[in-house]
Design a protein around this ligand. Structure first.
Ligand SMILES: [Fe+2]
Length: 171
């Protein structure tokens, strides 16, 4: 396989995440990864290596075979927003690389049940600018809004593609 600069940048990041999470698997290790991403993404050469021009909306850069965490690169060419959500039994780190994300945190007003979607309400809104990285621990509800082009690195504690999401309505 041809080794390219993005591969090297992603594998270096993966190795450092692996070390930090092995030493501290809980929120402390995640906070250290967020600090690492903040530092990395303030340097445009790292941004260009991790999220080059041909990056798609959701590219998996790395999945750890042992710890299960996944590193994604996202590049949105226009506005992009998501409804409030948590990451189920997983945690996630959002690290802004280009452009700006307006993030709103939510809390459960009425928890969901098997039959009825729950209700969630906003608690605070803040901006993620290049170099800002934020940890969302298990169950932390959030909704990103992006009004212009953006790039980000996102790390999930586990592969979420096979996990059922909770249901809710906003109030
Ligand atoms: Fe999320």
């Amino acid at each position: 396989m041809k080794i390219t600069v993005p591969d090297l940048a992603a594998s270096d990041l993966a190795a450092r995440c692996q070390q930090l999470l092995t030493a501290e698997p809980g929120p402390a290790g995640r906070n250290k990864i967020a600090a690492l991403l903040s530092e990395l993404l303030t340097d445009p050469s790292n941004v260009n290596a991790l999220i080059p021009a041909n990056t798609g909306e959701r590219d998996l850069l790395y999945r750890d075979p042992e710890l299960g965490f996944c590193i994604f690169a996202h590049r949105y060419h226009g506005a992009k927003e998501s409804l409030p959500h948590d990451h189920g039994p997983s945690w996630a780190i959002y690290a802004q690389a280009r452009g700006e994300t307006e993030m709103t945190d939510y809390e459960w007003a009425t928890p969901d049940s098997e039959e009825i979607p729950g209700k969630v309400k906003p608690t605070r809104t803040y901006r993620l600018q290049p170099g800002d990285a934020h940890v969302y621990n298990e169950g932390d509800l959030h909704a990103p809004v992006r009004t212009g082009p953006t790039s980000l690195i996102r790390i999930e504690g586990t592969d979420m593609s096979k996990i059922k999401r909770r249901r809710y309505e906003t109030i």
